[in-house]
Design a protein around this ligand. Sequence first.
Ligand code: ZN
Ligand code: FE
Length: 255
Amino acid sequence: MRIVTIPCLSDNYAYLLIDDADRAVVVDPSEAPPVEAAIEREGVTLSAIWLTHHHWDHVGGIEALCDAHGELEVLGSAYDLDKGRIPRQTRGLREGDGLSFAGHDVSLLEIPGHTLGAIAYIIDGCVFSGDTLFIAGCGRVFEGDMPMMQRSLAKLRELPGETRIYCGHEYTQGNLKFAAAIEPGSAAIEARAKWAASVRDQGEPTMGAKLADELDTNPFLRWDAPEVIESAKERGASDDAGSIFGAIRTAKDKF
Ligand code: ZN
Ligand code: FE
């Protein structure tokens, strides 16, 4: 399976997943034109659209793509299907449901918090995490609460360290500035900030980063690291993981 990262809007990413027969799935098409350009450039046939959540900057291209490509499978969570808030959705997914593409089983994780219908798709060692797990950060908690978001991130943290992360936005450099404020003096965060700067200077996305690197640098996966606990307690957190996560997330909202 090949992955093509497609920049959309100002800082969103959609992704084309492409199998050996040049059939493609698009994840989170924010808008149709850049996705159509990628389909054309890659010479692939679009067969399905997978959504991580219902926000407009992830679903905005669905209708135009469905109009242009005919019968497309449009997958999102069962929660969002029930709410009717993803255009043209054909199937509602729950954690543990079976799905496959390009000869790979796809695992689904329900990861509520950013929205209550947020899901992640895991395929071929890659996770499409939408606005829940960002590289070096996480999404805002809009519909859930802090402990719920922390439990969702805990599920993602259990994936193998080699898992590659493909998320909804290019927020990596800003996230690493915040990470450095939470853990001043962290050599791992400093090294990653240098890596991100060099990747972005070349005009490339930072997507595809390894989960193992997140575990050392992403404050939103480090609720049990002494440095993060100390920082969270200075901001009023108690001892539990949800509270530690919540204090850090609240600090990021104001950063
Ligand atoms: Zn969102
Ligand atoms: Fe978004």
